[in-house]
Design a protein. Structure first.
Length: 225
């Protein structure tokens, strides 16, 4: 009568059901069909003597390689390991998405993290605001020359952002700043992803100004009409 025994692969922990009698008297080599690992399996120490096989009429056990069949519990163990890896990958993807979506807040709380983001080609705008479609033109109001600067301010984050003043710097041909002024923001706060246009004018701008730079001011000051 067959005596069942359970074998466990030392490499992948796959479990198999096998006939304990076939491992008498000194054990035999077995190979895992799941990962291919081979090891020597000894017979169970408590196998009763009446279960010892009759070798005289059988040659089926002469092979030194045996492929035991997987038990249901072994299959469940392998499936559980696969599910565990999939869950781990899901967690890692979720953390990566959070690190990208909240990169502005992360850099504000931990400024050194900006180095890591830069290494991955992700420049982080800690203010959470950006200029869009900025331009300027020269006009005349009652024989008075004026410089008109216009554009849009966009909230690039997923949370509301306070809007500071807009600082415009005029530069000469050597890119040296020769004049600047700060315009009031068109709105005090922008909602997530919201955009707001702005226009500011400077009368009698310096005649030797060659270009200008637009940036956000730390504290609104200066003059604009």
């Amino acid at each position: 009568m067959p005596v069942a025994m359970i074998l466990t692969c030392p490499s992948c922990a796959m479990r198999y059901m096998a006939d304990a009698v076939s491992f008498q008297p000194s054990g035999r080599r077995v190979r895992c069909v799941q990962c291919g690992h081979t090891w020597h399996q000894s017979p169970p120490a408590d196998l009763p003597l009446k279960a010892l096989p009759d070798h005289t009429g059988s040659s089926a056990l002469d092979s030194d390689e045996f492929k035991p069949r997987a038990t249901q519990s072994g299959r469940l163990l392998w499936v559980g390991q696969l599910v565990g890896w999939l869950l781990l990958m899901g967690v890692m993807i979720g953390l990566s998405s959070a690190a990208y979506g909240y990169r502005v807040q992360i850099v504000k709380l931990w400024p050194e993290s900006s180095i890591l983001y830069t290494a991955f080609g992700l420049a982080v705008n800690t203010r959470g605001l950006a200029f869009r479609n900025a331009s300027y033109q020269e006009e005349t109001y009652g024989n008075v020359p004026a410089l008109v600067v216009m554009g849009e301010i966009m909230n690039t984050t997923n949370i509301p952002q306070l809007v500071p003043g807009i600082r415009i710097s005029l530069r000469d041909g050597r890119e040296r700043e020769i004049f600047d002024w700060t315009a009031d923001p068109p709105i005090g706060e922008l909602a997530a992803g919201e955009m707001q246009s702005f226009v500011t004018r400077l009368t009698r701008p310096p005649q030797h100004a060659q270009d200008l730079v637009i940036r956000f001011a730390e504290v609104p000051n200066g003059q604009a009409d």
